[in-house]
Design a protein around this ligand. Structure first.
Ligand code: ZN
Length: 326
């Protein structure tokens, strides 16, 4: 009997090890959990050397490789806000954002009389990675500064501003509002706050007529005295309306299907080596916290253990039991 017991234990251990190694590779998909949290990554400069607010092109590329290998797939902020997450079963959405329109985010080079996207700029790296891994998904939101001092004024190549903004929109990237010149919105009265936001949108629309920035990223993460000033309104004949306001920190964002979801206060994760490592490990250790798609855009699949966290008035919710941690 005792020997049988040991044999059973060994078999169980072997099975567990096998499961572990399979899951570590391209193994079985984790169970769907559409109440998990989503990383909205926040990049600033893509340049040299690596610093607090700078990620090198090589490290940015490596971030994409790491995310891809671990089953993360790109969606846009707009898709997240709409709860329109059309990823394959078993994959996890991740969102990229870039603040302050610095030159390394999007640079054109002249080669033999032609303009090419600098392969070492963020847009060049994203485009190349997308070509090599078409199933990685597409998208990123660029929170631009139209009236900042150089080098942060719309990626710092004045002659190519229109071409760049139009390229972004045509390729499925999003342009977000970050005020005219990074104004600390907590310091100003209502008229100035509104003029900063409407003014930035007016600049964007000079190059991309009718484009409506859906989101605002708060400069310095500071809210105006009344959050409604940042959400919608008008100034100088320009009407703006934002579906979300993004902070500069706060961790992973609640699922858009969660009762904790608040689009006026969306948290982000600064894309530093230490933060990325922390959050990837966080989700490895807490599978119930990680958003995992069910592969069915019309259905919201949630583990029974998290059912209580669902937002009200959702349609097509499916509750599933999870027998293991995965
Ligand atoms: Zn900023």
């Amino acid at each position: 009997m005792r020997r049988l017991g040991i044999l059973a234990l060994l078999l169980t251990l072997t099975a567990a090890l096998l499961r572990g190694s399979l899951a570590g590779a391209a193994g079985p998909s984790p169970s769907p959990n559409e109440l998990g949290r989503v990383m909205i990554l926040e990049y600033h400069k893509i340049d040299y050397p690596e610093e607090r607010w700078t990620r090198t092109p090589e490290n940015f590329r490596r971030d994409l490789e790491t995310l891809y290998a671990r089953g993360y797939r790109l969606i846009t902020l707009g898709e997240f806000l709409d709860g329109r997450i059309t990823l394959p079963a078993g994959t996890t959405p991740v969102i990229l954002t870039f603040d302050d329109s610095s030159p390394g985010q999007f640079r054109y080079l002249e080669q033999d009389g032609n303009l090419v996207v600098d392969p070492k700029s963020a847009v060049g790296i994203l485009e190349a990675f997308g070509r090599e891994h078409p199933d990685f998904g597409r998208g990123a939101t660029f929170f631009v500064l139209p009236a900042a001092d150089p080098p942060n004024r719309l990626f710092n190549q004045p002659e190519h501003v229109g071409r760049k903004l139009q390229f972004l929109v045509s390729r499925g990237y999003e342009i977000g509002n970050h005020t005219l010149w990074h104004a600390n919105l907590g310091k100003y009265d209502e008229a100035t706050v509104r003029a900063q936001i409407a003014g930035a949108q007016e600049w964007i629309q000079r190059y991309v007529p009718d484009y409506r920035p859906r989101t605002l990223a708060l400069p310095h993460g500071v809210y105006p005295r009344d959050v409604s000033w940042a959400l919608r309104g008008s100034a100088k004949g320009m009407t703006y309306s934002h579906d979300a306001i993004l902070r500069v920190s706060g961790g992973a964002a609640p699922s858009p299907f969660s009762s904790a979801y608040d689009p006026a206060r969306l948290p982000r994760i600064q894309a530093l080596e230490s933060e990325l490592t922390y959050w990837l490990r966080y989700f490895d250790q807490r599978p119930l916290e990680r958003f995992v798609s069910d592969g069915e855009p019309g259905v919201i699949t949630v583990p029974a253990a998290l059912q209580g966290r669902l937002r009200e008035n959702l349609k097509n919710v499916r509750v599933v039991e999870r027998t293991t941690g995965r």
